[in-house]
Design a binder for this molecule. Structure first.
Ligand SMILES: Nc1ncnc2c1ncn2[C@@H]1O[C@H](COP(=O)(O)OP(=O)(O)OP(=O)(O)O)[C@@H](O)[C@H]1O
Ligand SMILES: [Mg+2]
Length: 271
């Protein structure tokens, strides 16, 4: 169907309206400052990759936006309104959907049931046919490769599970979708498929925030790369930024592969 998988960096359209804007967002856990003075803008039709070392504050930021944690200070503006995301339901109602790293799918239920988990069309008398048609349509629009929507999740591959979790998050047509390490557990082919899926979600006009440790995946799909380090902003990069620049921003090291190579060459010449 609507297959835009050929989209690449050269044909990417301009991002749309500003969907999300964070200013001066901090989060303390007791004496620990998990986030300090974070600024972040995300537009419709844009994939923003959130990268940083372990403990940089990525998951905390996603949890603040998912309504799991309350920021200690700062403002969150969502579609021109200053918002308080007091709980996960409030975030969902506003149009902020999250696919957490553990996916939270039910192994023993089929794809339709997982997409509708807790949101059955008619809770008193489940409208199975309507749910199946909608699930199938949703997956088709994403050109997702799921053999049958009546397969139980236990029989699906890692990539297919990620696909089901993403389809589930799109059910309420959110403005913003956040993905925590969507390719972490996947092989090469499945990673490519999930990255294509993320592009299709973006091309349908959703704003996407993706956390990833994999710079190759980030480069393949992100329009902008936001680096966090020790809970603070540490630069904004683009897919054509060099690995060295990115790694230096992530680790805070001035010492990196480039400088090491240069040092070695100098030492060899000196010898
Ligand atoms: N509930 C909590 N209570 C206390 N400290 C926390 C809590 N959640 C996170 N932290 C601390 O906040 C900091 C940021 O953690 P966070 O999980 O956001 O990092 P991350 O960037 O997601 O790292 P990783 O790549 O390892 O997932 C860490 O120092 C962590 O120990
Ligand atoms: Mg994390």
């Amino acid at each position: 169907m609507n297959d835009n998988s050929s989209t690449n960096s050269s044909t990417r359209s301009e991002p749309g309206e500003l969907v999300l804007s964070l200013r001066g967002v901090s989060k303390h856990f007791g004496a620990v400052s998990a986030l300090t003075d974070i600024e972040l803008d995300v537009h419709a039709g844009e994939v923003v990759a959130l990268v940083g070392d372990n403990g940089a504050g990525k998951s905390t930021l996603v949890k603040v936006l998912a309504g799991v944690h309350q920021p200690s200070t700062g403002t969150i503006t969502f579609r021109d309104q200053t918002v308080t995301l007091s709980d996960p339901g409030a975030a969902l109602d506003l149009g902020i959907a999250t696919v957490f790293q553990d996916l939270a799918l039910c192994e023993n239920l089929d794809v339709v049931a997982n997409i509708y988990l807790g949101r059955e069309l008619n809770p008193l008398r489940l409208d199975e046919v309507a749910m199946e048609v909608r699930a199938w349509t949703l997956l088709n629009e994403l050109s997702a490769r799921i053999p049958s929507v009546r397969d139980v999740v236990a029989s699906l591959s890692g990539g297919q599970r990620q696909t089901v979790a993403i389809a589930r998050s799109l059910l309420l047509d959110p403005k913003l979708i956040m993905l925590d390490e969507p390719t972490a557990a996947l092989g090469v082919a499945q990673t490519a498929e999930v990255l294509n899926l993320i592009e299709r979600v973006r091309d349908r006009g959703h704003a996407v925030i993706m956390i990833s440790h994999n710079m190759e995946d980030v480069r393949a799909v992100a329009d902008r790369i936001v680096v966090l380090r020790l809970g603070r902003n540490n630069g904004v990069f683009y897919p054509d930024s060099s690995n060295e620049e990115l790694i230096a921003a992530i680790t805070g090291a001035t010492e990196n592969a480039v400088s090491r190579r240069a040092d070695r060459r100098q030492a060899e010449q000196g010898a």
